[in-house]
Design a protein around this ligand. Structure first.
Ligand SMILES: [Zn+2]
Length: 79
């Protein structure tokens, strides 16, 4: 009984842990569904800006522009 309870608790807290953004070192926002249950806490892949996971703000402001640049560069290289 007790083990089962503990397992449930662990499962619930899996996405309740706040991770740090590798770019701005801030907290990565925890995504919750309509019931308020956390389902994702790791933000986005920070590549190619950094190795690890970053917050949503950094993904929008730094990672996406960098990826677009990278894409342009690759296209130029290929032409
Ligand atoms: Zn960040």
């Amino acid at each position: 009984m007790l083990q089962k309870k503990n397992y449930k608790k662990m499962k619930k807290s899996l996405f309740e842990t706040t991770h740090k953004c590798v770019i701005c070192k801030g907290d990565i926002e925890i995504k919750r569904n309509v019931d308020g249950i956390a389902y994702w806490n790791r933000g986005h892949n920070a590549w190619p800006v950094a190795k690890g996971n970053c917050c949503y703000k950094c993904e929008e402001k730094k990672v996406i522009p960098r990826r677009k640049l990278q894409l342009l560069f690759d296209q130029k290289k290929g032409a």
